[in-house]
Design a protein around this ligand. Structure first.
Ligand SMILES: Nc1ncnc2c1ncn2[C@@H]1O[C@H](COP(=O)(O)OP(=O)(O)OP(=O)(O)O)[C@@H](O)[C@H]1O
Ligand SMILES: [Mg+2]
Length: 401
């Protein structure tokens, strides 16, 4: 890509690159709403279910099950985005979003439900006999003026399995009971990564659940992974500089056919094929794009991949070796507090601990207790250590091979 000024809309190359960075970073950091890739059937399924509640006033309950990063939240968000484009739904549907990591007991959850439904004033200082009474009061308060029409409420329970650990599963029981009895149109959507989630439910809770489950799996092959890689890097048609976008996109297409790129992607695909790790790799790659390097080259991806795969523990060890070397070589500059800090760090990592039997009067002796590193990590660190003493090298060669 030549260094140029775009005459048509006077964007300089620097501005084009800044814009490309902005768009792609937003995509990799998950700030851009969009339809999830490869989940069309699940999308339709969930959309139909939620429409039934939001438009037709039917009650539903469903679980979205899948491993971490597979796109459960994204699927729900994109379905809700589309649903909320309908005027009727926008005006009527109420949403309550709970998370098992935040609402750790049912009392907290009920408070949060009241807050999200903006019913704090209605509840005031009222005292309720039971959880069910309180929930029924909240739902009753949502009824429209003529009291015949109830506004549909969508309850989203993220980390659904954690709610099953609440005492007596009261929240789950009551929500699913309301959904089953169909007095108020309620949709309960649970998101979880536990495949065995139903086993966690008490019998009376289980019997109130509709047993609808939407499963998400990263069930795509390498060809689709490369397609995803390409799609994630392509600049949209609306990019302010058409020529830049065209050249960028052509380069991305060529990139996908490169053998080195294919090998790198294959390695990543084999270790983890979810979107989160792909986005991390792409973010690191994108950081190599500058005015002097306006296109992604295979070597940029290689550098990013090395950075991504870098072993943090081997790095800590290597830095520690460097540090010890520096401090012992310049003993006159010996900074005791710094050494102590490093020593404390090793203790915190549980790499060393005091020997038994040391008394207050004698010097403490430390021993290696728990090697958190495997031998390849130690070898890795030793290879980067230029002045490694010969006896350490010999020890490594004989003991770690
Ligand atoms: N099918 C997909 N198509 C496009 N992007 C996806 C897809 N799946 C996941 N992603 C990307 O990965 C990010 C993580 O996905 P998401 O947060 O939905 O995962 P999750 O299943 O909810 O994970 P967790 O169990 O940790 O909550 C999304 O923000 C999105 O950018
Ligand atoms: Mg999620």
């Amino acid at each position: 890509m030549s260094k140029r000024k775009c005459k048509s809309n006077s964007l300089s190359l620097g501005e084009c690159i800044a814009k490309a960075h902005m768009i792609l970073r937003a995509r990799f950091c998950h700030h851009l709403p969009g339809k999830p890739f490869g989940l069309e059937a699940q999308y339709k399924n969930l959309m139909d279910l939620l429409k039934q509640t939001a438009v037709q006033g039917e009650s539903n309950s469903v679980l979205i099950v899948g491993p971490r990063g597979v796109g459960k939240t994204m699927l729900l968000k994109s379905v809700l985005n589309e649903l909320m484009e309908m005027k009727y739904v926008k005006e009527n549907l109420l949403q309550v979003h709970l998370n098992g990591l935040l609402q750790t007991d049912d009392k907290v959850a009920l408070k949060e439900i009241t807050r999200q439904l903006q019913l704090e004033n209605v509840v005031g200082d009222k005292v309720f006999g039971s959880f069910a009474e309180n929930l029924a009061f909240l739902l009753e308060a949502l009824k429209k003026g003529n009291r015949s029409n109830s506004r549909p409420v969508l309850f989203v329970l993220d980390e659904f399995d954690l709610f099953a650990h609440h005492k007596n599963q009261t929240l789950l029981y009551n929500l699913l009971d309301v959904a089953q009895s169909a007095q108020t149109p309620v949709a309960v959507v649970g998101l979880t990564c536990r495949l065995d989630v139903l086993e966690l439910l008490e019998k009376r809770v289980k019997s109130r659940f509709s047993h609808r489950q939407i499963h998400l799996l990263n069930a795509f092959g390498f060809k689709q992974y490369v397609e995803m890689f390409q799609q994630q890097l392509i600049l949209p048609k609306e990019f302010p500089d058409g020529r830049f976008a065209q050249e960028w996109n052509q380069n991305i297409q060529c990139l996908c056919k490169d053998k080195m790129v294919e090998d790198i992607l294959q390695k990543h695909f084999n270790s983890s094929k979810d979107f989160r790790s792909l986005h991390m790799l792409l973010m690191l790659t994108l950081s190599h794009v500058t005015v002097s390097n306006p296109n992604i080259r295979p070597t940029d991806l290689l550098a990013a991949s090395r950075q991504y795969m870098m072993d943090s523990k081997a790095n800590v060890l290597h830095e520690f070796q460097n540090f010890i070397q520096r401090t012992t070589h310049s003993m006159h500059n010996f900074k005791k507090p710094v050494v102590l800090k490093a020593f404390e760090h090793l203790q915190q990592l549980e790499l060393i601990k005091p020997m038994d039997g040391a008394s207050l009067r004698t010097h403490k002796e430390y021993q290696l207790v728990k090697l958190l590193l495997d031998s390849s990590q130690i070898m890795d660190a030793l290879q980067k250590y230029p002045q490694c003493p010969t006896d350490v090298q010999l020890w490594a060669a004989s003991s770690l091979d």
